[in-house]
Design a protein around this ligand. Structure first.
Ligand SMILES: [Zn+2]
Length: 156
């Protein structure tokens, strides 16, 4: 496994154990060049799924990228990492069990929005602003105020 810090090609596994729900193995690694420590996860991949992006670009479904964009949307919000992991795993399962070899990136975006809606309204708006195709800035403002009103109602 390549070191994410110095890009050295080799790292040593220091510790290896299943996560709490036993759906993956967590490995603690140490770079044999710079000594940096990092963690990798080994998970079952049910099938290869290709994501079709705008302009007909295609790339393999990548759990890491999904997690990254969700984490980015949740940045500095009070969302536990555990809930983010659950959301990512749920979406991965949906993608892999959809029975299709290709899935539009838009559909994954919708799954993320559905999940974030229940987690954190600010994270939801951040993500939606990137993934929804807003024709005008005003559309987004209207949308954002709708969500804020809804959130205010929920708080009572
Ligand atoms: Zn390194």
């Amino acid at each position: 496994m390549r070191c994410p810090f110095c890009a050295h090609d080799d790292s040593q596994v220091k510790d290896s154990r299943p996560t709490e729900d036993s759906t993956s193995i967590r490995r603690r690694r140490q770079c044999s060049s710079c000594g940096a420590r990092f963690t990798t996860f080994e998970r079952v991949q049910l099938r290869e799924v290709t994501v079709v992006k705008s302009g007909d670009r295609r790339e393999a479904f990548d759990r890491g990228k999904l997690e990254q964009s969700i984490s980015l949307a949740c940045r500095k919000r009070d969302v536990p990492q555990e809930r983010i992991d659950q959301l990512v795993s749920g979406i991965q399962r949906q993608v892999e069990t959809a029975g299709e070899a290709e899935i539009p990136s838009q559909r994954i975006g919708e799954m993320v929005m559905d999940g974030l809606k229940g987690l954190d309204s600010v994270a939801y708006i951040r993500f939606a602003s990137v993934y929804r195709d807003f024709s005008e800035a005003r559309d987004f403002e209207e949308f954002a105020s709708t969500v804020q009103e809804a959130a205010a109602h929920e708080r009572g």
